[in-house]
Write a protein that binds this ligand. Structure first.
Ligand code: CMC
Length: 426
């Protein structure tokens, strides 16, 4: 017998069906709520609202579980590559050898960026944040590659273009921001190695590709590849729900990711750790501020809407970070501060009571610094990693039989009707 939930409103009982996911999560299907009762739900930040059904990513926040298409994140980080994981997310299954080769060819074919786009990069003010530039450039890509009618939405070619070109554009913008010559993508390099080469190779100092660094970047991007209905993914779905093209939708996702409460947290963590270092390592002061109800300050890289235990990604990234620092013989004082801060915070009753643990951003900045990525590009690195997730979610929403344009309701709290007063009588 189908499960249902009874709701009593103003003495009258209504019955709503229950939707059950494959991992047993339950939701009350309230699609008929307003029509039957005249009521709507109130749920700021959508913390209790399922906006869609999805078969892409599963998270269990209580147990710290993350799986893409059913495969645990730990296994993907250990054995997969970013390109293979992207295929998995976008197509729903792991590729066979031929399919993976085909994807690599498609990514290589799409790796160049129209030369005219360089002019944009050159004309942004030097102080522009790379996330603002990236969002604008991804939107502009549609104008440079418009051959499909916009109503067609998107094809695999568009998806491969985004995956490949955003990586090229990110490296290109870094080179241009330094006043250096752009390094072009190479067909003989893998996705991650290609990025590192475009970022760091130069005619005066050829860049030595290190297998461990390439692997670390693969893992970093795999860990960021999807995270179900987070702020930026929701932005991609909401914007896409108006039937706009994939470039515009992903451009919106990039803008949403920029915020310090979301993808911008990796940059905020480094700023916080640097501040503690410059303050003589005063961890107690920062903890006290984060706990103070009258101070809006929060510990960056701590806490998560879904995870109420350690973010499984943070454990993996910490190990990768340790390995890269050892391999490159880097001793980063910020790592020491981060470790001490974690030790103190996870034992503090405030953090225990609020279920606040390190999230993926807590150690990722230290890894990125070790690789040589400048701090203001950290969130761009997150964005490149999240592309396959955004693409997969956009694609899924396009094919969703329950699709509807996103259009929430509100509870109006403004003035009741009052008449216009001419300016000379006010
Ligand atoms: N430091 C101190 N207190 C915190 C923190 C923190 N980092 N995060 C949450 N709290 C407290 C908050 O003050 C509130 O306390 P109380 O109930 O006493 O008023 C309680 O915990 C619940 O907070 P919330 O704002 O209702 O939780 P949320 O689910 O809306 O926010 C969050 C989640 C990630 C925005 C938040 O934990 C935060 O701001 N963290 C710091 C920023 C950060 O690291 N963001 C990266 C998230 S992981 C990468 C990604 O997927 O984007």
């Amino acid at each position: 017998m189908a499960e249902s939930v009874k709701v009593i409103i103003e003495g009258k009982t209504y019955e709503f069906p229950v939707v059950t996911g494959t991992e047993g999560e339950k939701a009350v299907d309230i699609r008929k709520l307003r029509q039957l009762t005249g009521y709507i739900t109130y749920d700021p930040g959508y913390a209790n609202t399922g906006s869609c059904t999805s078969s892409i990513t599963y998270m269990d926040g209580e147990q710290g579980i993350l799986r893409y298409r059913g495969i645990p994140i730990e296994q993907l980080a250990e054995h997969s590559s970013f390109v293979e994981t992207s295929y998995l997310l976008i197509n729903g299954m792991l590729p066979n050898f031929a399919e993976l080769q085909m994807m690599k060819v498609q990514l290589n074919d799409a790796s160049l960026v129209h030369e005219d786009m360089q002019i944009f990069f050159q004309n942004f003010p030097r102080s522009s944040h790379p996330m603002g530039i990236l969002s604008a450039m991804v939107n502009a890509l549609r104008s440079f590659y418009p051959e499909l009618p916009i109503s067609d939405g998107s094809t695999t070619q568009d998806m491969m273009r985004i995956l490949s070109k955003v990586r090229t554009m990110a490296a290109m913008s870094y080179k241009i921001s330094r006043g250096h010559k752009v390094v072009y993508p190479r067909q003989d390099l893998t996705y991650c190695a290609n990025f590192l080469n475009m970022m760091f190779n130069s005619p005066v100092k050829p860049y030595d590709l290190d297998d461990d660094v390439v692997k670390a970047l693969n893992v970093f991007w795999i860990l960021h590849a999807d995270h179900e209905q987070n702020c930026s993914t929701t932005a991609v779905r909401v914007v896409g729900s108006g039937k706009v093209n994939i470039y515009a939708s992903i451009s919106a996702g990039i803008s949403a990711l920029w915020g310090p409460l979301h993808g911008g947290a990796n940059q905020a963590v480094i700023n916080m750790l640097t501040h503690i270092l410059n303050d003589g390592g005063n961890i107690a002061h920062i903890i006290a501020r984060a706990k103070d109800k009258d101070d809006p300050y929060r510990l960056s890289g701590f806490g998560h809407r879904v995870y109420k235990t350690y973010d499984p990604r943070s454990k993996i990234i910490k190990k990768v970070c340790d390995k890269v620092l050892r391999k490159l013989h880097i001793s980063d004082p910020l790592l020491d501060i981060a470790q001490k801060l974690e030790e103190v915070a996870v034992k503090d009753p405030y953090f225990i009571d609020h279920n606040l643990y390190p999230n993926v951003d807590f150690y990722s900045g230290i890894l990125l610094r070790a690789i040589g990525i400048p701090t203001n590009m950290f969130t761009v690195m997150f964005a490149i990693g999240r592309l396959p997730g955004w693409i997969a979610q956009w694609k899924e929403s396009r094919n969703d039989p329950d699709w509807k344009i996103s259009r929430p309701r509100q509870i109006y709290t403004g003035n009741t009707k009052n008449d216009y007063i001419p300016i000379d009588q006010r």
